[in-house]
Write a protein that binds this ligand. Structure first.
Ligand code: ATP
Ligand code: MG
Length: 259
């Protein structure tokens, strides 16, 4: 269930790369809120600032100006202890290229965030079993990433992003490297995780197949938000997908030009 509580607030965020003749204004004043339990999508063409935005929220990079608040707390004011807690426990990150460590097994990859940040072993084991069952990866827990398919790798990465029971999962094109079937399987699982466990997800993608699973979508271009779509109560995913395509066509005379 989507609550009324503002979990994440992004306030007038700006990010410039480089300077003088090399200045790129990747994000030019983005503000939005993510409510607890929401599955929010962000769509935009290549180079529109999607990864930059997620990386600012994840504190992988520092914004030029603006603020990000989690549960009302300004994350840029965090000291090192709060920052470590934020990165390790409060957010989970799911990357396009899985970002699994090649020399660790599936299980070791999933448990890695906990071994860094410390968690009771029995609790970790129980959580691992639950996630392995949910993502149907029980049989590959002892395999290395080179022995897994793309879809399996991304389901292992999804389990890793959830092992610390984060407040919010940040996903950057999680289906970008997957075939259609694996992509749909992953999106179905993320949607179920959102609906059944109330897990809040913020996902950027240029793929309407992926974002049609979201409850709301923000559209960005050239570093600013210019449109929002909300899935209606009685709207099927297929109907929402059609509406996304229509919007993309209206915006750029064909989806290929826009996203
Ligand atoms: N480290 C960097 N240094 C300089 N410019 C950068 C850097 N990272 C990104 N940019 C530029 O900032 C802009 C936004 O890039 P970003 O990676 O956020 O886009 P994106 O929407 O994620 O694109 P894609 O869909 O291709 O992943 C682009 O013009 C890009 O070239
Ligand atoms: Mg990107």
């Amino acid at each position: 269930m989507v609550g009324q509580e503002k979990l994440l607030e992004v306030q007038d965020l700006q990010k410039n790369y480089g300077k003088n003749n090399n200045l790129t204004k990747a994000i030019q004043g983005i503000s939005f809120e993510v409510l607890s339990g929401e599955f929010l999508g962000i769509m935009g063409p290549s180079g529109s600032g999607k990864t930059t935005l997620l990386n600012c929220i994840a504190t992988i990079i520092q914004p030029t100006s603006g603020r990000v608040l989690l549960n009302g707390k300004n994350i840029s004011a965090f000291g090192s202890k709060d920052l470590a807690e934020y990165r390790g426990r409060r957010i989970g990150y799911l990357f396009q290229d899985f970002a699994l460590l090649d020399n660790l097994t599936g299980q070791e990859n999933i448990l890695l965030p906990l071994s860094i940040h410390g968690m009771d072993f029995a609790k970790a084991r129980a959580k691992l079993d639950e996630l392995a069952h949910f993502f149907e990866i029980e049989d590959i827990l002892n395999k290395f990433p080179s022995q897994m398919s793309g879809g399996q790798k991304q389901r292992v990465a999804a389990a890793r992003s959830l092992i610390s029971e984060p407040d919010i999962v940040l996903a950057d094109e999680p289906t970008g490297a997957l075939d259609t079937r694996s992509a749909r399987n992953l999106m179905n699982k993320l949607k179920r995780m959102n609906r059944e466990s109330g897990r809040t997800i913020l996902m950027v993608s240029h793929d309407p197949n992926a974002t049609s699973f979201c409850s709301r979508i923000l559209f960005i271009q050239d570093g600013v938000i210019f449109h929002e779509l909300r899935r209606k109560h009685d709207e099927s995913r297929e109907q929402f997908y059609d509406r996304i395509l229509q919007l993309m066509a209206q915006l750029g005379g064909g989806s290929a030009n826009v996203l």
